[in-house]
Write a protein of this length. Structure first.
Lengths: 419, 419
């Protein structure tokens, strides 16, 4: 069966953008993975009328309404009051809740304040849900076939309550339809080019399977999802379609699964083959090295990086010929190849990647406009350089160049290993 | 006047938690700052019925409905289709949009595909809103006193459209209540320590003024906001309170205003004083250099960086004594100072910063646990090293170390200039 869920996050800070609603995405992900159908996520302010209106729109139409926020001890937190009024409920003193609050405060060396004692009063029409990590208990109401659950908004408290109390109860009550998803991580091709290449697969997707394109700079995620009865069968179906897509796009484009970072995939490849690497960076300014070293354990394969912004540094540390810097300019095939080869030799590594480009916003010419970027990889068998024309935005250019360089290295290692 | 706004973000990825809805918080923040009253933020799936229902609930009740997402060229993007059906609109070929798409593709060296050509068809009942950074035009409908605006979901495209097209038009149409805010950027002190220091100012804040603490790794933003009648007066009041806070916290802690990046503030300082710099990085792995070079025009003061992950590189490029590496270990005061001094000398710059630490998650010992980090700055007059104990999380340790190093350099330059 399909179980519809609506998430209502309460708090002014969400509406004025002071806080990013990470609770919503976390709850959405947990619920979807458990087979629930998340229909809608709403953020509203700590306002009685808004909360009532949101409830009114959902009661009787949605199976489960999950609320978070507004259960704190301060004046701006009104969710409990509004809910007990809405469900025409009295309040009672929940002894266990009070003991729990006392213990929490004792552990932190504080006295329980009057404000916090109030938190032990709960509505009679709700099941009380323990909050292991905080003072605000959760509440579970049922009316007209809709379950309304209120949880605290503090992520740490909400998550523990969700995992230990809410989700197990919901699953045992509904035993929802199974859901499975699989995401392919691609790099090097834009959304519309990917769509053209896999058009045939997309038009013949199995029933109930969906494909979504999720782009970010330099990367497009292809998300396959499916709902049905048997989890294992669904996962198998996803893998079959994923394999068809990988077959068409090739492994140079599809670099991994499910939020794999390119630097992690590359790191695993280097590690598995006991290879070492270095970078020589101009326009990427250290970002390739930063990505590589953001991976735990990268010191096993990453030796060093020379971020040579100045021509002197290119000449001095990477042995780029001054005459070539003069004749071709720093942003040229000749120079980027020498940078990669120079770094490989000086740092005694198996592979070195290099970048030289016009990151912008200034420094472009009609011949070499902003975004004009040479990338190179030098390896034990050969060296290559590729010219890219990225866009106008410095930050995006740096990001795209860094990803493209990492992927060039990944491709070269794969080819070296297979030949 | 109060102008009510509802934000509707469209995309399955938001509901299943694959993407955190940062568009919503950004839009909420922009709109609140401009004096609009954001009532509700809704995330729904790329589903005709859901989109229609959300519109139905808002039309006639809300002044402005801002939608984002579902305007891409691929099959899963249905917002344009649904809106033109809902507003009983025909489609027409928008020549200007097509020329724009062609130009975007030409600049990247690609041919326009049939899919992208389709994006130049727009509903007759909508004003077309240009998209500087992408192929999907925005749309502006009006019905029953409600304005419905559809924008692309790609953050980079949406933000540019919001800033340049949507917000100016909304402000000139509604002229909402005045709102002013001012954010102080601080680094080096945690939230609760800041709160202790400015407690007295906070308890005596002027009427209608609010103070919010917005932490992120290594940085806490202090946002002062106020609503009222006369913008200039509001801004003056904010500045008075801001000055009191700066007085108490000092300029070593308060490094800038309103989302100033520390690397930008530092860059301005270097530029203004015609100084040059370099970095020698171990645990930060290139991130300090990346931050520095993310600033446009940084090539004027940034020379180079040696990311010396291996001891060999520390010795070879930075002249760190092998005997000291052996005796004290790479993560030590002795070594980090030699790295900074070595980089300053080898790269012939005015200032050099250096890092050496245990970024984690592995590599810690009881004496030097994960997060144990030495940072150093070498300048024309003196050199200093400071020990930090960061946390357990690799990414956050790298970020915090990078910011702390940048701030150390900023403080040293300020002191050198004032003495």
């Amino acid at each position: 069966m399909t179980v519809s869920v609506e998430i209502i996050n309460i708090g002014d800070e969400l509406l004025i953008g002071q806080v990013v609603n990470t609770n919503a995405s976390w709850m959405g992900s947990m619920l979807s993975n458990a087979g629930f159908d998340v229909r809608k996520i709403i953020a509203i302010s700590d306002n009685e009328e808004e909360i009532e209106m949101a409830l009114e729109e959902s009661i009787g139409k949605i199976d489960v309404v999950l609320m978070s926020g507004g259960l704190g001890p301060t004046k701006d937190d009104i969710t409990k009051k509004v809910l007990s009024k809405y469900f025409q409920s009295e309040m009672y003193f929940h002894k266990e809740a009070f003991v729990h609050i006392q213990e929490l405060f004792k552990a932190r060396g504080f006295q329980v304040s009057e404000l916090n004692k109030k938190q032990a009063y709960l509505p009679t029409k709700a099941k009380a849900i323990p909050n292991r990590n905080g003072t605000a208990y959760g509440m579970w109401f049922e009316q007209k076939n809709t379950i309304v659950i209120a949880m605290p908004g503090v992520p740490f408290e909400m998550k523990t309550m969700m995992e230990n109390e809410i989700l197990p109860r919901l699953i045992s009550k509904f035993q929802p339809q199974e859901y499975a998803e699989l995401t392919l991580m691609t790099t090097g091709l834009g959304e519309s080019f990917l769509a053209q290449k896999i058009e045939e697969i997309e038009t013949k997707l199995p029933k109930d399977m969906k494909l979504a394109y999720l782009p970010r700079p330099g990367i497009v995620r292809l998300r396959l999802s499916i709902r049905g009865v048997e989890k294992q069968k669904l996962e198998k179906e996803l893998q079959i379609t994923a394999n068809q897509i990988i077959e068409v796009l090739g492994k140079n484009v599809v670099y991994g699964y499910n939020e794999d970072a390119l630097e992690q995939v590359l790191g695993n490849l280097l590690m598995r083959n006991s290879l070492t690497m270095a970078t020589a960076e101009s326009c990427t300014g250290g970002k390739i090295a930063h990505k590589i070293t953001s991976v735990a354990g990268s010191s096993a394969y990453f030796q060093a990086s020379i971020v040579s912004y100045s021509n002197e540094a290119k000449n001095h540390y990477l042995a780029v010929k001054s005459s070539d810097l003069e004749q071709y300019g720093a942003v040229s095939e000749q120079v980027v190849l020498q940078m990669a080869k120079g770094a490989r030799k000086a740092l005694k590594v198996d592979y070195a990647v290099a970048s030289s480009g016009i990151a912008g916003p200034d420094g472009g010419t009609s011949e070499k406009p902003v975004g004009y970027t040479w990338l190179a990889v030098a390896g034990p068998y050969n060296s290559i350089a590729i010219l890219h024309q990225f866009g106008e935005h410095r930050g995006r250019n740096i990001e795209r160049a860094s990803l493209a360089a990492l992927n060039m290295l990944r491709i070269m290692i794969l080819e070296d290993k297979s030949s």
